[in-house]
Ligand binder design. Sequence first.
Ligand code: 2NL
Length: 364
Amino acid sequence: MQDTPTSDLGSLKQEIIAAASAAEDERALESVRIAALGKKGSISERLKALGSMSPEERKLAGAELNALRDGVSLALEARRAELREASLAERLRSETVDVTLPPRPEPAGTVHPVTQVWQEAIAIFADMGFSVAEGPHIETDWYNFGALNIPPEHPARQEHDTFYFYPRPGSNDRMVLRTHTSPVQIRSMETTKPPIRIIAPGRTFRSDSDQTHTPMFHQVEGLVIDETTHLGHLKGTLEDFCKAFFEVDEVKMRFRPSHFPFTEPSMEVDIGCAWEGGELKIGGGDDWLEILGSGMVHPNVIRAGGLDPEVYQGFAFGMGIDRIAMLKYGIPDIRPFFEADLRWLRHYGFSALAVPSLAEGLSL
Ligand code: 2NL
């Protein structure tokens, strides 16, 4: 019941504001706004009716209606802000994300023990200032044997120890699958002016197969060459390596005289160990485990690398990655290393997210 544009303005305002307060979301509130201020809204209709009034009446009624429109607009805007804040609060409450949950799906693969130990060795030697060097798997006779002071009649060169092959049928250019990573160090000597501090981790090949040998296996060799490098440096380096690798504070070591064509003198290195309750404990004890071979680089090998043995000397060492992986992680048989059995990999594998580092731990 609308007699004049300005009748019952007070209750109209109350009605609109009550409807705005009752609106539960922004869509409902928008309907309230349209019903009041839209083209055919209750306030708009009254503003239109001003046209049929006398100028004096219109002046008074216009001021009243404008005040009503402004008041209602402010009230609607305030309610809109209130609803917006409430809906944001509700989203923040209901859409929480627990960032501490593990990723999904669960990681499926594991890091192979060979890869793990390979990376552990790199982490340890890199920390001592060594660089990593790599080279080809297919080598010439010279880089694999000749340059290493291994004479033509040496048993290692025999057909039953070494894989020989001819890249082209009927050709004389016989090649070998490298039997150790030493060729990598020879190549480094040729291209690097001392001081040289490198390790060469990689695949190696020998025609051999039983419980402890596979035709393909992995080695890491090290080479240090400078003008005054001596046996004390060799012993200190290898002692630090053993402590870091086996993650023990003290390790009993024995340097046993041996023979390699490429080193003079040559030593095999044993570490103390003990069997306790069916488990191998490394570091102390009355038993010995051979873990690597080492020595001072033979002058003939320094010369073969293009350096003057009257000026330069150094040490070298080599160890089997697969073998020290078996020792450190208690793996009894080498053959499953290369059988790709998922059950074995799940049992002996490592988390891909735990990258070995001296700061965070080698094997967490
Ligand atoms: C072992 C013994 C060894 C080397 C490897 C080497 C390399 C160059 C010069 C001299 Cl370029 N030596 N390597 C030296 C001593 C021992 O390996 O029993 N490996 C499993």
